[in-house]
Design a binder for this molecule. Sequence first.
Ligand SMILES: NC(=O)C1=CN([C@@H]2O[C@H](COP(=O)(O)OP(=O)(O)OC[C@H]3O[C@@H](n4cnc5c(N)ncnc54)[C@H](OP(=O)(O)O)[C@@H]3O)[C@@H](O)[C@H]2O)C=CC1
Ligand SMILES: N[C@@H](CC=O)C(=O)O
Length: 392
Amino acid sequence: MNIAILGLGTVGTGITKIIEGANPTAMTADLHISHIFVRPDRVDQGDKLVSDYNVILNDQSVETVVEVLGGIEPAHTMITQALKHHKNVVTANKAVVACYIEEFKQLARENNVQFRFEASVGGGIPWIVNLERGLRIDAVDSVHGIFNGTSNFILDRMTKTGESFESVLKQAQDLGYAEADPSADIDGYDIENKLCISVDVAYDTLVHPGEYLPKFGIRTVQAKDIEYFKQLGLVVKLMGRSKLNGDHFSYVIEPVLYKAGEFEASISDNFNCASFHGASVGDLGFIGQGAGMMPTGQAVVQDILDINGQVKHLKRTLDTKLKLENRFDKGNYIVRTTSTQFDSLTSDWQVTSDGEYRTVVDIDAQSMHSIMKKVLADDSEAFMARVAGGVE
Ligand SMILES: NC(=O)C1=CN([C@@H]2O[C@H](COP(=O)(O)OP(=O)(O)OC[C@H]3O[C@@H](n4cnc5c(N)ncnc54)[C@H](OP(=O)(O)O)[C@@H]3O)[C@@H](O)[C@H]2O)C=CC1
Ligand SMILES: N[C@@H](CC=O)C(=O)O
Protein backbone atom coordinates (compact mmCIF):
# COMPACT_ATOMS: atom_id res chain seq x y z
CA MET A 1 0.00 0.00 0.00
CA ASN A 2 1.31 3.45 -0.95
CA ILE A 3 0.93 6.01 1.82
CA ALA A 4 1.33 9.78 1.93
CA ILE A 5 2.04 11.36 5.31
CA LEU A 6 1.01 14.97 5.92
CA GLY A 7 3.36 16.44 8.53
CA LEU A 8 6.77 15.28 9.66
CA GLY A 9 6.81 16.23 13.34
CA THR A 10 6.72 13.94 16.37
CA VAL A 11 4.00 11.54 15.18
CA GLY A 12 4.93 11.69 11.48
CA THR A 13 8.48 10.71 12.40
CA GLY A 14 7.23 7.84 14.58
CA ILE A 15 5.17 6.49 11.69
CA THR A 16 8.13 6.59 9.28
CA LYS A 17 10.35 4.89 11.87
CA ILE A 18 7.89 2.02 12.23
CA ILE A 19 7.21 1.58 8.52
CA GLU A 20 10.75 2.17 7.27
CA GLY A 21 12.58 0.85 10.36
CA ALA A 22 15.10 -1.97 10.38
CA ASN A 23 12.68 -4.58 11.75
CA PRO A 24 9.60 -4.76 9.54
CA THR A 25 6.98 -7.37 10.36
CA ALA A 26 5.28 -9.37 7.62
CA MET A 27 2.47 -6.83 7.74
CA THR A 28 4.40 -3.55 7.88
CA ALA A 29 6.62 -4.75 5.02
CA ASP A 30 3.56 -4.34 2.81
CA LEU A 31 3.43 -0.59 3.52
CA HIS A 32 5.34 1.98 1.50
CA ILE A 33 5.60 5.70 2.23
CA SER A 34 5.60 7.34 -1.19
CA HIS A 35 5.20 11.01 -0.19
CA ILE A 36 5.64 13.20 2.88
CA PHE A 37 3.96 16.61 2.82
CA VAL A 38 6.08 19.32 4.48
CA ARG A 39 6.46 23.09 4.38
CA PRO A 40 8.19 24.44 1.22
CA ASP A 41 11.45 25.20 3.05
CA ARG A 42 11.91 21.48 3.86
CA VAL A 43 11.34 19.86 0.46
CA ASP A 44 15.03 19.61 -0.42
CA GLN A 45 15.71 17.59 2.77
CA GLY A 46 14.62 14.27 1.21
CA ASP A 47 13.38 12.74 -2.02
CA LYS A 48 9.83 11.90 -0.79
CA LEU A 49 9.19 15.36 0.55
CA VAL A 50 6.64 17.50 -1.29
CA SER A 51 4.91 20.77 -0.53
CA ASP A 52 2.37 20.68 -3.37
CA TYR A 53 -0.63 18.68 -2.11
CA ASN A 54 -1.94 18.18 -5.65
CA VAL A 55 1.01 15.89 -6.32
CA ILE A 56 -0.42 13.55 -3.65
CA LEU A 57 -4.08 14.01 -4.56
CA ASN A 58 -3.49 13.34 -8.24
CA ASP A 59 -1.23 10.34 -7.74
CA GLN A 60 -3.56 7.35 -8.27
CA SER A 61 -1.07 5.03 -6.60
CA VAL A 62 -1.50 6.77 -3.20
CA GLU A 63 -4.20 4.74 -1.44
CA THR A 64 -3.98 6.21 2.05
CA VAL A 65 -3.30 9.70 3.35
CA VAL A 66 -2.13 10.05 6.97
CA GLU A 67 -2.82 13.47 8.47
CA VAL A 68 -0.54 14.39 11.39
CA LEU A 69 -0.24 18.13 10.90
CA GLY A 70 -2.43 19.02 13.87
CA GLY A 71 -4.96 21.84 14.23
CA ILE A 72 -8.12 22.53 12.28
CA GLU A 73 -6.89 24.10 9.04
CA PRO A 74 -5.44 23.10 6.66
CA ALA A 75 -6.01 19.63 8.18
CA HIS A 76 -9.79 19.74 7.66
CA THR A 77 -9.53 20.79 4.00
CA MET A 78 -6.75 18.33 3.23
CA ILE A 79 -8.66 15.41 4.79
CA THR A 80 -11.84 16.22 2.86
CA GLN A 81 -9.86 16.56 -0.37
CA ALA A 82 -8.16 13.21 0.19
CA LEU A 83 -11.51 11.48 0.84
CA LYS A 84 -13.03 13.09 -2.25
CA HIS A 85 -10.06 11.76 -4.25
CA HIS A 86 -11.01 8.25 -3.08
CA LYS A 87 -8.12 7.92 -0.65
CA ASN A 88 -8.44 6.36 2.81
CA VAL A 89 -7.57 8.76 5.60
CA VAL A 90 -5.94 8.02 8.94
CA THR A 91 -5.44 10.82 11.46
CA ALA A 92 -4.14 11.34 15.00
CA ASN A 93 -5.59 14.86 15.08
CA LYS A 94 -8.33 14.91 17.72
CA ALA A 95 -9.03 18.61 17.27
CA VAL A 96 -10.15 18.12 13.68
CA VAL A 97 -11.88 14.78 14.35
CA ALA A 98 -13.92 16.19 17.26
CA CYS A 99 -15.16 19.04 15.05
CA TYR A 100 -15.70 17.19 11.77
CA ILE A 101 -16.18 13.48 12.51
CA GLU A 102 -19.63 13.45 10.91
CA GLU A 103 -18.46 15.09 7.66
CA PHE A 104 -15.40 12.82 7.42
CA LYS A 105 -17.43 9.66 8.01
CA GLN A 106 -20.01 10.74 5.47
CA LEU A 107 -17.37 11.53 2.82
CA ALA A 108 -15.64 8.23 3.47
CA ARG A 109 -18.94 6.38 2.95
CA GLU A 110 -19.73 8.31 -0.24
CA ASN A 111 -16.30 7.63 -1.69
CA ASN A 112 -16.11 4.03 -0.57
CA VAL A 113 -12.94 4.51 1.47
CA GLN A 114 -12.06 4.38 5.19
CA PHE A 115 -11.65 7.18 7.70
CA ARG A 116 -9.82 6.05 10.84
CA PHE A 117 -8.73 7.96 13.94
CA GLU A 118 -7.47 5.45 16.55
CA ALA A 119 -4.49 7.60 17.63
CA SER A 120 -6.69 10.64 18.22
CA VAL A 121 -7.71 9.31 21.67
CA GLY A 122 -5.32 7.74 24.15
CA GLY A 123 -2.17 7.85 21.97
CA GLY A 124 -0.87 4.29 21.84
CA ILE A 125 -3.90 2.68 23.52
CA PRO A 126 -6.17 0.61 21.24
CA TRP A 127 -9.19 2.51 22.59
CA ILE A 128 -11.53 3.25 19.67
CA VAL A 129 -11.13 -0.24 18.26
CA ASN A 130 -11.99 -1.84 21.59
CA LEU A 131 -14.83 0.56 22.32
CA GLU A 132 -16.29 -0.38 18.93
CA ARG A 133 -15.68 -4.04 19.69
CA GLY A 134 -17.59 -3.67 22.96
CA LEU A 135 -20.41 -1.93 21.13
CA ARG A 136 -20.90 -4.95 18.86
CA ILE A 137 -22.54 -6.62 21.88
CA ASP A 138 -23.23 -4.02 24.57
CA ALA A 139 -24.81 -0.62 24.83
CA VAL A 140 -22.11 1.46 26.50
CA ASP A 141 -23.34 3.78 29.25
CA SER A 142 -20.17 5.41 30.51
CA VAL A 143 -16.68 6.40 29.41
CA HIS A 144 -14.03 7.84 31.65
CA GLY A 145 -10.32 8.06 32.11
CA ILE A 146 -7.05 9.91 31.99
CA PHE A 147 -7.01 11.09 28.39
CA ASN A 148 -4.01 13.41 28.37
CA GLY A 149 -0.40 12.26 28.66
CA THR A 150 1.10 15.71 29.24
CA SER A 151 -1.09 16.59 32.23
CA ASN A 152 -0.61 13.14 33.75
CA PHE A 153 3.15 13.49 33.30
CA ILE A 154 3.07 16.91 34.97
CA LEU A 155 0.97 15.79 37.95
CA ASP A 156 2.93 12.56 38.37
CA ARG A 157 6.30 14.35 38.38
CA MET A 158 5.06 17.08 40.71
CA THR A 159 3.77 14.39 43.10
CA LYS A 160 6.89 12.20 42.95
CA THR A 161 9.69 14.76 42.72
CA GLY A 162 8.17 18.00 44.01
CA GLU A 163 9.34 19.80 40.83
CA SER A 164 7.56 22.96 39.75
CA PHE A 165 4.72 23.00 37.24
CA GLU A 166 6.77 25.05 34.74
CA SER A 167 9.77 22.73 34.90
CA VAL A 168 7.77 19.52 34.28
CA LEU A 169 5.70 21.12 31.51
CA LYS A 170 8.97 21.97 29.73
CA GLN A 171 10.05 18.31 30.08
CA ALA A 172 6.73 17.12 28.59
CA GLN A 173 7.25 19.48 25.65
CA ASP A 174 10.84 18.27 25.11
CA LEU A 175 9.60 14.66 25.13
CA GLY A 176 7.09 15.44 22.34
CA TYR A 177 4.01 14.83 24.52
CA ALA A 178 2.53 18.32 24.50
CA GLU A 179 0.38 19.97 21.85
CA ALA A 180 1.86 22.77 19.72
CA ASP A 181 0.02 25.07 22.15
CA PRO A 182 0.34 23.27 25.52
CA SER A 183 -2.58 25.20 26.99
CA ALA A 184 -4.73 22.59 25.22
CA ASP A 185 -3.14 19.98 27.52
CA ILE A 186 -3.27 21.87 30.78
CA ASP A 187 -6.63 23.61 30.39
CA GLY A 188 -8.53 20.47 29.40
CA TYR A 189 -9.22 21.31 25.74
CA ASP A 190 -7.28 18.29 24.47
CA ILE A 191 -9.29 16.02 26.78
CA GLU A 192 -12.45 17.76 25.60
CA ASN A 193 -11.73 16.72 22.01
CA LYS A 194 -10.93 13.16 23.08
CA LEU A 195 -13.99 12.82 25.31
CA CYS A 196 -16.21 14.21 22.53
CA ILE A 197 -14.87 11.59 20.12
CA SER A 198 -15.26 8.81 22.71
CA VAL A 199 -18.82 9.89 23.55
CA ASP A 200 -19.71 10.16 19.84
CA VAL A 201 -18.63 6.58 19.27
CA ALA A 202 -19.93 5.20 22.59
CA TYR A 203 -23.44 6.71 22.49
CA ASP A 204 -23.70 7.05 18.67
CA THR A 205 -24.28 10.77 19.07
CA LEU A 206 -22.58 14.01 18.12
CA VAL A 207 -21.12 16.23 20.85
CA HIS A 208 -19.17 19.23 19.63
CA PRO A 209 -16.39 20.80 21.68
CA GLY A 210 -17.32 24.20 23.12
CA GLU A 211 -17.50 26.42 26.16
CA TYR A 212 -20.80 24.81 27.25
CA LEU A 213 -18.88 21.65 28.20
CA PRO A 214 -17.51 21.97 31.76
CA LYS A 215 -13.76 21.70 32.05
CA PHE A 216 -11.32 22.74 34.73
CA GLY A 217 -7.65 22.08 34.06
CA ILE A 218 -4.43 22.02 36.04
CA ARG A 219 -3.01 25.44 35.05
CA THR A 220 -3.36 26.69 38.63
CA VAL A 221 -2.22 23.61 40.56
CA GLN A 222 0.68 24.40 42.87
CA ALA A 223 3.29 22.28 44.65
CA LYS A 224 1.60 23.13 47.98
CA ASP A 225 -1.71 21.66 46.70
CA ILE A 226 0.00 18.41 45.76
CA GLU A 227 1.63 18.38 49.22
CA TYR A 228 -1.70 19.03 50.96
CA PHE A 229 -3.39 16.23 49.01
CA LYS A 230 -0.49 13.93 49.88
CA GLN A 231 -1.03 14.61 53.58
CA LEU A 232 -4.63 13.49 53.09
CA GLY A 233 -3.38 10.33 51.33
CA LEU A 234 -4.73 11.58 47.99
CA VAL A 235 -3.27 11.85 44.48
CA VAL A 236 -4.62 14.30 41.90
CA LYS A 237 -5.32 13.30 38.27
CA LEU A 238 -6.89 15.26 35.42
CA MET A 239 -9.89 13.17 34.35
CA GLY A 240 -12.64 13.16 31.76
CA ARG A 241 -15.88 11.31 32.41
CA SER A 242 -19.31 10.90 30.90
CA LYS A 243 -22.35 8.85 31.86
CA LEU A 244 -25.40 8.08 29.76
CA ASN A 245 -28.78 7.98 31.45
CA GLY A 246 -31.79 7.66 29.13
CA ASP A 247 -31.76 10.70 26.86
CA HIS A 248 -29.34 12.60 29.13
CA PHE A 249 -25.60 12.39 29.42
CA SER A 250 -23.14 13.91 31.88
CA TYR A 251 -19.82 15.24 30.66
CA VAL A 252 -17.12 16.67 32.95
CA ILE A 253 -13.39 17.33 32.72
CA GLU A 254 -11.73 18.17 36.04
CA PRO A 255 -8.95 17.26 38.48
CA VAL A 256 -10.01 14.30 40.65
CA LEU A 257 -8.45 13.09 43.91
CA TYR A 258 -7.91 9.35 44.34
CA LYS A 259 -6.62 7.49 47.37
CA ALA A 260 -2.91 6.69 46.92
CA GLY A 261 -2.70 3.11 45.66
CA GLU A 262 -6.06 3.23 43.88
CA PHE A 263 -6.05 2.23 40.19
CA GLU A 264 -6.21 5.77 38.71
CA ALA A 265 -3.71 7.11 41.26
CA SER A 266 -1.13 4.61 40.06
CA ILE A 267 -1.19 5.70 36.38
CA SER A 268 2.25 7.26 35.98
CA ASP A 269 4.34 9.31 33.52
CA ASN A 270 2.71 9.97 30.14
CA PHE A 271 0.34 7.03 30.54
CA ASN A 272 -3.42 7.25 29.99
CA CYS A 273 -6.18 4.95 31.14
CA ALA A 274 -9.44 4.76 29.27
CA SER A 275 -12.46 2.79 30.45
CA PHE A 276 -16.02 2.11 29.46
CA HIS A 277 -18.92 0.27 30.99
CA GLY A 278 -21.13 -2.13 29.05
CA ALA A 279 -24.01 -4.25 30.30
CA SER A 280 -22.40 -7.66 29.78
CA VAL A 281 -18.70 -6.82 29.87
CA GLY A 282 -19.05 -4.58 32.95
CA ASP A 283 -16.12 -2.18 33.46
CA LEU A 284 -13.35 -2.53 30.91
CA GLY A 285 -10.22 -0.39 30.99
CA PHE A 286 -7.06 0.05 28.96
CA ILE A 287 -3.70 1.51 29.98
CA GLY A 288 -0.84 2.66 27.79
CA GLN A 289 1.27 5.61 26.77
CA GLY A 290 -1.13 8.38 25.87
CA ALA A 291 1.45 10.48 24.09
CA GLY A 292 4.84 10.20 22.42
CA MET A 293 6.39 9.51 19.05
CA MET A 294 6.47 5.73 18.95
CA PRO A 295 3.28 4.77 20.85
CA THR A 296 1.23 7.21 18.79
CA GLY A 297 2.99 6.28 15.53
CA GLN A 298 2.15 2.67 16.37
CA ALA A 299 -1.58 3.46 16.74
CA VAL A 300 -1.58 5.19 13.35
CA VAL A 301 0.15 2.24 11.71
CA GLN A 302 -2.40 -0.13 13.28
CA ASP A 303 -5.12 1.85 11.50
CA ILE A 304 -3.22 1.63 8.20
CA LEU A 305 -2.85 -2.14 8.65
CA ASP A 306 -6.58 -2.46 9.34
CA ILE A 307 -7.33 -0.62 6.11
CA ASN A 308 -4.83 -2.79 4.24
CA GLY A 309 -6.46 -5.89 5.73
CA GLN A 310 -9.92 -4.51 4.93
CA VAL A 311 -10.95 -4.50 8.58
CA LYS A 312 -13.95 -2.16 8.76
CA HIS A 313 -14.99 0.32 11.44
CA LEU A 314 -18.22 -0.31 13.34
CA LYS A 315 -21.07 1.51 11.58
CA ARG A 316 -22.18 4.57 13.58
CA THR A 317 -24.82 7.06 12.46
CA LEU A 318 -24.04 9.62 15.21
CA ASP A 319 -27.66 10.74 15.18
CA THR A 320 -28.87 9.88 18.72
CA LYS A 321 -30.23 13.08 20.27
CA LEU A 322 -29.02 13.52 23.86
CA LYS A 323 -29.20 16.35 26.35
CA LEU A 324 -26.24 17.42 28.50
CA GLU A 325 -27.13 17.19 32.20
CA ASN A 326 -24.51 17.49 34.95
CA ARG A 327 -26.85 18.18 37.87
CA PHE A 328 -27.00 14.53 38.93
CA ASP A 329 -23.21 14.15 39.03
CA LYS A 330 -22.58 15.02 42.69
CA GLY A 331 -19.51 14.90 44.89
CA ASN A 332 -17.23 16.76 47.30
CA TYR A 333 -14.77 19.33 45.99
CA ILE A 334 -11.64 20.67 47.69
CA VAL A 335 -10.98 24.28 46.71
CA ARG A 336 -8.09 26.65 47.33
CA THR A 337 -9.04 30.27 46.76
CA THR A 338 -8.68 33.73 48.21
CA SER A 339 -11.85 34.92 46.45
CA THR A 340 -14.04 37.01 48.74
CA GLN A 341 -17.06 35.83 46.72
CA PHE A 342 -16.55 32.16 47.55
CA ASP A 343 -18.64 32.07 50.73
CA SER A 344 -21.67 33.72 49.16
CA LEU A 345 -21.36 31.62 46.00
CA THR A 346 -21.36 28.39 48.02
CA SER A 347 -23.90 29.42 50.66
CA ASP A 348 -26.41 26.77 49.47
CA TRP A 349 -24.01 23.95 50.32
CA GLN A 350 -22.22 22.69 53.40
CA VAL A 351 -18.60 23.92 53.37
CA THR A 352 -15.83 22.85 55.74
CA SER A 353 -12.45 24.58 56.13
CA ASP A 354 -8.91 23.35 56.70
CA GLY A 355 -6.35 26.17 56.56
CA GLU A 356 -6.53 27.72 53.11
CA TYR A 357 -8.55 24.78 51.73
CA ARG A 358 -12.31 24.49 51.74
CA THR A 359 -14.42 21.40 50.99
CA VAL A 360 -17.81 21.91 49.37
CA VAL A 361 -19.94 18.91 50.26
CA ASP A 362 -22.28 17.01 47.92
CA ILE A 363 -22.43 19.60 45.17
CA ASP A 364 -23.27 18.82 41.55
CA ALA A 365 -20.59 19.28 38.88
CA GLN A 366 -22.62 21.86 36.97
CA SER A 367 -22.94 24.19 39.99
CA MET A 368 -19.34 23.67 41.08
CA HIS A 369 -17.96 24.52 37.64
CA SER A 370 -20.08 27.64 37.28
CA ILE A 371 -19.01 28.78 40.78
CA MET A 372 -15.36 28.27 39.84
CA LYS A 373 -15.77 30.36 36.67
CA LYS A 374 -16.82 33.27 38.88
CA VAL A 375 -14.12 32.51 41.47
CA LEU A 376 -11.39 32.52 38.78
CA ALA A 377 -12.48 35.96 37.60
CA ASP A 378 -11.74 37.16 41.14
CA ASP A 379 -8.78 34.89 41.98
CA SER A 380 -6.94 33.65 38.87
CA GLU A 381 -4.78 31.32 41.00
CA ALA A 382 -7.70 29.32 42.46
CA PHE A 383 -7.62 25.52 42.16
CA MET A 384 -10.22 22.85 42.74
CA ALA A 385 -10.30 19.07 42.65
CA ARG A 386 -13.14 16.65 43.17
CA VAL A 387 -12.80 13.84 45.67
CA ALA A 388 -13.40 10.56 43.85
CA GLY A 389 -16.33 8.39 44.82
CA GLY A 390 -19.01 11.05 45.22
CA VAL A 391 -22.77 10.58 45.05
CA GLU A 392 -23.97 10.19 41.45
N1 LIG B 1 2.65 14.10 20.04
C1 LIG B 1 1.84 13.17 20.52
O1 LIG B 1 2.19 12.44 21.43
C2 LIG B 1 0.49 13.00 19.94
C3 LIG B 1 -0.02 13.82 18.98
N2 LIG B 1 -1.26 13.61 18.47
C4 LIG B 1 -1.76 14.48 17.42
O2 LIG B 1 -1.04 14.24 16.24
C5 LIG B 1 -0.95 15.43 15.48
C6 LIG B 1 0.52 15.75 15.23
O3 LIG B 1 1.15 15.94 16.47
P1 LIG B 1 2.73 16.09 16.59
O4 LIG B 1 3.39 15.20 15.62
O5 LIG B 1 3.01 15.94 18.04
O6 LIG B 1 2.90 17.61 16.17
P2 LIG B 1 4.22 18.29 15.65
O7 LIG B 1 4.05 19.76 15.83
O8 LIG B 1 5.41 17.64 16.24
O9 LIG B 1 4.20 17.94 14.09
C7 LIG B 1 3.36 18.53 13.16
C8 LIG B 1 4.16 18.71 11.89
O10 LIG B 1 3.29 19.17 10.87
C9 LIG B 1 3.88 20.32 10.28
N3 LIG B 1 2.86 21.20 9.77
C10 LIG B 1 1.87 21.81 10.44
N4 LIG B 1 1.14 22.55 9.60
C11 LIG B 1 1.67 22.40 8.39
C12 LIG B 1 1.36 22.92 7.10
N5 LIG B 1 0.35 23.77 6.93
N6 LIG B 1 2.12 22.54 6.05
C13 LIG B 1 3.16 21.71 6.22
N7 LIG B 1 3.52 21.18 7.41
C14 LIG B 1 2.78 21.54 8.48
C15 LIG B 1 4.67 20.98 11.40
O11 LIG B 1 5.63 21.85 10.87
P3 LIG B 1 6.08 23.13 11.74
O12 LIG B 1 6.81 22.57 12.91
O13 LIG B 1 6.92 23.89 10.77
O14 LIG B 1 4.82 23.84 12.14
C16 LIG B 1 5.28 19.76 12.07
O15 LIG B 1 6.43 19.32 11.39
C17 LIG B 1 -1.66 16.50 16.29
O16 LIG B 1 -2.98 16.61 15.85
C18 LIG B 1 -1.64 15.94 17.70
O17 LIG B 1 -2.71 16.41 18.48
C19 LIG B 1 -2.05 12.58 18.87
C20 LIG B 1 -1.61 11.71 19.82
C21 LIG B 1 -0.32 11.87 20.47
N1 LIG C 1 -0.75 16.30 23.89
C1 LIG C 1 -1.43 15.05 23.93
C2 LIG C 1 -0.86 14.15 22.89
C3 LIG C 1 -1.68 12.96 22.67
O1 LIG C 1 -2.85 13.01 22.38
C4 LIG C 1 -1.28 14.41 25.29
O2 LIG C 1 -0.41 14.87 26.05
O3 LIG C 1 -2.03 13.51 25.61
